[in-house]
Design a protein around this ligand. Sequence first.
Ligand code: UDP
Ligand code: MG
Length: 321
Amino acid sequence: MKKLCIVVPCYNEEEALAYTNTELTGIIRRLTEKGKLKKGSFILYVDDGSSDHTWELIQEYRKECPCVFGLKLARNTGHQNALTAGLLEAVDYADMIISIDADLQDDSSVIEDMIDKFEQGYDIVYGVRNRRDTDTFFKKFTALGFYKLMQAMKIDIIYNHADYRLMSKRAVEQFSGYTERNLFLRGIIPLIGYRSAIVKYDRKSRVAGESKYSLSKMVSMAFEGITSFSIQPIRMITGLGLVIVVCSILAAIYALYSFITGKVVAGWTSTILSIWFIGGVQLLSVGLIGTYIGKIYIEVKHRPRYNIEINNLMEIPHEES
Ligand code: UDP
Ligand code: MG
């Protein structure tokens, strides 16, 4: 039996929060009574610089239930940063942490299944959407495009998993070693590498309020995801440069042939040759420089080089000195 913390990032969620709080406190109470959770399990609402009454509501709920806590960020820093703040602040007080959105689009009734998986020894349990019936066509379309794009860029993310997941204390502690500022959690968590499992659920529509992810936020999220995890675009430039250099050789053969057979206007051969050749060489060079920048970029992240799953050295008893 372990202590759970539920981290809930909230940005202008005053309309959704009452329902969410009733649900989540209910779940904590029920699971504690059932003996699945240790006493003292709690909810941590992270107010991501809301401009409405979100924080006041959180403080109200805190008075009503001792299992509610709030974390107020100084300004709006975005979903991923708010979530990270919650995880890192809660990790010292809990054995496992579940993150869930404030609109309860992700089915909170599978929290129990997640805990069961944790008890079976899984460190990370991903909530995965079964269906997206309640999403608008636009949301479905953009989301599908997003996963396809990520696959094409060779980024390992779990299909149809957003940020609804359980992480064990040690998984969160390892995560804290990924110190990069360009945060894309769905890309980072699989890199941790501990045993993971999946629980499926149906995604519901928002309980109240509107989506805080506008098209521009989604596009910037996809862009962030690609540029923080992949140097594939640079490779593509290098590849394109190579293709054009090869083309320039073919173009050269054709131009010289035309020149010899005398079917050309004066000056055409040299112009066409330089356009192709210089173009190819430039792209290739940009790609090459990009490859070095890509390496620098990977280096400056200072990501942990490995995460230890089991360490037998820990079994050696400490000698008294
Ligand atoms: N959120 C946040 N900061 C932001 C934007 C969103 O903390 O700048 C929170 C929001 O309150 C919600 C979660 O992130 O709990 C997901 O946002 P939303 O439901 O609007 O996204 P969608 O489900 O439409 O992708
Ligand atoms: Mg939502």
